[in-house]
Ligand binder design. Structure first.
Ligand code: FES
Ligand SMILES: [Fe+2]
Length: 428
């Protein structure tokens, strides 16, 4: 059972809160590059409880700032994005992407004080189709995290965003809870539905994995294991990485490059970002899957199956062919996270051995948020973007007696140094 005070620390992300301060130590993936058009309409959005606008200026640079004009606080969302900056339409003040006031059009030249005025701007950059924002100390900006999926060229990866209408942490916790997979998503599957060489059939045979959970330099990690064929174990390996990243085990370990972020928009909404090297044809491309984006603070990337229509649940399908009756893995996950309430009341839970990863991740987050609040301790990975590269998730079958961590490290090392691959050696 979690104390209210601990839940408060974990879930609140506004400026000045312990978790809000912690997350502000990291770069945040906030928009798709495609959302910002040169000299196009500003985009209105919320991030960590702050109402912001983003725009792409005439030279293609990205500006992100508090939506309030520093003159008399009219919203810059209504501004004119023109000639290298955004101009407030109230009195004509203009700001470049760094927040510098470049024109104070309603003040005579001898009274001009534009060099003293700055919009509250945040550093933004983009890489491979994603716009990143840093909301911490603007004079001390860390490197971007080298998450493998985000280093791939945009043409070879799939990027999707989905707003989830609940607190970020309960959404993230759904991602590190592998035992739900063979119920919520695969409850109707039978072992014979899988080809004999697909290890996922072991998940259909045994839906009660045991877990190894450990702390890592960047967060937490689990290996969920259950018996495979004679003498072997089926492993599903996954990670939580500070501050809001997950890597899930839903594809073969050697081929899966994935990063998932659970970005808090405010305390009751988050944006789920997935970047991966696999496209799911059909589901990802269904034009009716998303509602049209609006200019609301929370109007981007919302699914058409949502709480207002019970996620389009089909009770007949639930009886005969689909465990949940809800179509789409993401939609199924949205239903479970959002149905817990905007901010899950953790005093109501009864956690089980299958929740060890969730328990450990909460502990780790709490420890880091408290340490930072107490004496400014730098949270894990926030200054070491390169460390994020050497992490992978996925599933594999290994000999029953093989050590969990040794096997993981050996497989990762083979991927990083392919010359050592057994098949490469055999070919020589
Ligand atoms: S409020 Fe923006 S220029 Fe006056
Ligand atoms: Fe799920």
């Amino acid at each position: 059972m979690m104390m209210d005070e601990e839940s408060e620390i974990l879930t609140r992300v506004g400026s000045g809160t312990p978790m809000g301060n912690l997350i502000r130590q990291y770069w945040i993936p906030a928009l798709k590059s495609s959302e910002l058009v040169t000299d196009g309409d500003p985009v209105r959005f919320r991030l960590l409880c702050e109402n912001l606008i983003a725009f792409r200026d005439t030279r293609g640079r990205i500006g992100v700032m508090d939506h309030r004009c520093p003159h008399r606080c009219a919203s810059l969302f209504f501004g004119r994005n023109e000639e290298g900056g955004i101009r407030c339409v109230y009195h004509g003040w203009k700001f470049d992407v760094d927040g510098n006031c470049t024109d104070m059009a309603n003040v005579p030249p001898h009274q001009d004080f534009k060099h003293k005025v700055h919009a509250k701007a945040y550093k933004a950059t983009e890489r491979n189709g994603i716009v990143w924002i840093y909301m911490g100390d603007q004079a001390n900006i860390p490197p971007l995290p080298a998450l493998e999926a985000t280093l791939q060229p945009e043409s070879s990866i799939h990027i999707a965003m989905t707003q989830r209408d609940c607190n970020w942490l309960q959404a993230l916790e759904g991602d590190i809870d592998t035992s739900h997979f063979d119920f919520l998503h695969r409850g109707a599957a039978k072992a014979e539905d899988f080809s004999p060489d697909n290890p996922e059939r072991f998940g259909a045979l045994r839906r009660d994995p045991e877990y190894k959970v450990i702390d890592t330099d960047l967060g937490t990690m689990y290996g969920a294991h259950r018996p495979a064929d004679e003498g072997n174990t089926y492993w599903r390996i996954a990670h939580f990485l500070f501050p809001f990243w997950t890597m899930i085990p839903n594809r073969p370990f050697d081929d899966y490059i994935v990063a998932r972020a659970w970005v808090p928009l405010d305390d009751e909404h988050c944006m789920y970002l997935i970047v991966r090297n696999v496209k799911k044809k059909g589901v990802d491309e269904d034009p009716g899957r998303y509602l049209p984006n609006t200019t609301d603070w929370l109007g981007r990337w919302r699914l058409s199956a949502n709480a207002s229509n019970d996620y389009k649940i089909d009770r007949q399908a639930q009886r005969i062919s689909s465990y949940s009756g809800i179509t789409g893995t993401n939609e199924q996950d949205q239903m479970t996270s959002e149905s817990m309430g905007s901010i899950l009341d953790r005093s109501f839970e009864h956690l089980a051995p299958s929740d060890r990863m969730i328990i450990q991740t909460r502990k780790r987050l709490l420890l880091s948020a408290r340490a930072m609040a107490k004496d400014g301790t730098t949270p894990p990975g926030s200054r070491d973007g390169d460390a994020y590269f050497d992490v992978r998730s996925g599933y594999y079958v290994a000999p029953k007696d093989a050590d969990f961590l040794e096997t993981y490290r050996a497989r990762l090392s083979v991927l990083r140094h392919p010359v050592a691959r057994p098949c490469a050696q055999a070919a020589q």
